[in-house]
Design a protein around this ligand. Sequence first.
Ligand SMILES: *[C@@H]1O[C@H](CO)[C@@H](O)[C@H](O)[C@H]1NC(C)=O
Ligand SMILES: *[C@@H]1O[C@H](CO)[C@@H](O)[C@H](O)[C@H]1NC(C)=O
Ligand SMILES: *[C@@H]1O[C@H](CO)[C@@H](O)[C@H](O)[C@H]1NC(C)=O
Ligand SMILES: *[C@@H]1O[C@H](CO)[C@@H](O)[C@H](O)[C@H]1NC(C)=O
Ligand SMILES: *[C@@H]1O[C@H](CO)[C@@H](O)[C@H](O)[C@H]1NC(C)=O
Ligand SMILES: *[C@@H]1O[C@H](CO)[C@@H](O)[C@H](O)[C@H]1NC(C)=O
Length: 463
Amino acid sequence: MATWFIFATSLFLTYLDCCSGSFIGVCYGRSADDLPTPDKVSQLVQLHKIKYLRIYDSNIQVLKAFANTGVELMIGIPNSDLMSFSQFQSNADTWLKNSIIPYYPATKITYITVGAEVTEDPNNASSFVVPAMTNVLTALKKVGLHKRIKVSSTHSLGVLSRSFPPSAGAFNSSHAHFLKPMLEFLADNQSPFMIDIYPYYAYRDSPNKVSLDYALFESSSEVIDPNTGLLYTNMFDSQIDAIYFALSALNFRTIKIMVTETGWPSKGSPKETAATADNAQTYNTNLIRHVINNTGTPEKPGEELNVYIFSLFNENRKPGLESERNWGLFYPDQTSVYNLDFTGRGVVDMTRGANVTKSNRTSWCIASSKAPQIDLQNAVDWACGPGSVDCTAIQPSQPCFEPDSLVSHASYAFNSYYQQNGASDIACSFGGTGVKVDKDPMNRSYYCSLLYTCTGCDLQTLL
Ligand SMILES: *[C@@H]1O[C@H](CO)[C@@H](O)[C@H](O)[C@H]1NC(C)=O
Ligand SMILES: *[C@@H]1O[C@H](CO)[C@@H](O)[C@H](O)[C@H]1NC(C)=O
Ligand SMILES: *[C@@H]1O[C@H](CO)[C@@H](O)[C@H](O)[C@H]1NC(C)=O
Ligand SMILES: *[C@@H]1O[C@H](CO)[C@@H](O)[C@H](O)[C@H]1NC(C)=O
Ligand SMILES: *[C@@H]1O[C@H](CO)[C@@H](O)[C@H](O)[C@H]1NC(C)=O
Ligand SMILES: *[C@@H]1O[C@H](CO)[C@@H](O)[C@H](O)[C@H]1NC(C)=O
């Protein structure tokens, strides 16, 4: 139902998503002090063909930045607001009138999450969540938007008391006071049950019980659920099915599941050995294929399952272990942490159809992201001046201006110079700020990810 609506009203209906029910979105968390402006983020999101975005509040700059982009937003009401939303209908009405209506429908909003992971909240937000959801729904009904904007709330897997084997999945009875009315609300309104799923934590916390391959969708062996005989090849499916069974045990068989967060960190503290860019790329690549393919789960094969990847950016203000600040697909300078194809169709799409694979170059020269800004700027000035590189393409409003970061502009200038000057080591020195990358496919895709926005540039001639 929700998906029917989403696709039927999508202005950006393309052949890429016309035939698959399930979609992949990304969470745009903003616990950081070094992120690009929402306008820039909007461009980044569009360039990567990300069509579904989750935000954690209703920030006006963000809502404005996504106006007329076709990107569908899931917005959030933070736990700290649940009490006031639950107490007076007028609070929900006012919020809707002031924070949403002025930007809708130019900004497409399709879901409102009322509270997030309330079972983890130290201030007992769970006692306010259902009354707050009811008031938000009532506010939407008053303006006739309740069919277009779905109301739900997200959960951590801690909402279950048991998740293994999946068929034994059960909600923790201590949460019954709010879960029962919430499930009734979701069933009555055809809203999805929203869950945040992290096989990474399951592996990190029990590396002896869980194999890394199983967590990364790479396992060649299967885990059998002794009660159902169903075969599991990955932990993601196993956790999702535990929720289906928990819902089923309470007789809520029609509620759909939506995964509002999942992902893998690219870096962690020395003890977090599985937090690597390789594992993050593997997890998210396999996840995207799994979802786009409409594989479903062993209990619900072919069932639509929409998933949001956490997170768009590394967020430097997140407390906790090193990994907490490294869940991002992008660095704050908008370069990719690792290459990821949101269409599930291979790396070529990242470069917008350019035939990267046909290039016969064996090396490229890019700017070191570690180089001091002043040195990079001097090197760019030199390349675009005495070095005779044509730097038109990286000027404002030109095709290679975005991402508007010095390191991206420098990479463009350095590589142009390098290729024009015989691709010799010396042609990539730039006072130590240039880095030669070889023909290795990882390197090539990394390089292309730096230049992904050069939509008007012919990568073929550039490389
Ligand atoms: C939270 O509030 C609910 C409803 O008021 C109550 O039943 C429950 O015991 C409270 N839980 C805690 C941990 O305070
Ligand atoms: C159920 O939830 C309660 C309250 O949050 C918690 O103390 C308890 O450990 C949970 N039980 C299980 C089996 O997870
Ligand atoms: C995608 O689905 C097809 C057909 O159902 C199947 O053959 C293929 O293995 C699936 N791919 C993945 C990555 O699950
Ligand atoms: C890419 O390469 C294929 C096969 O070599 C060719 O048919 C296609 O036209 C090329 N596309 C572009 C955009 O150059
Ligand atoms: C590489 O491509 C260039 C330009 O298309 C061509 O002139 C050159 O012969 C190619 N070199 C090899 C080794 O294929
Ligand atoms: C890219 O190439 C450099 C030098 O050739 C190498 O040190 C680096 O490990 C490569 N990076 C990847 C991701 O393959």
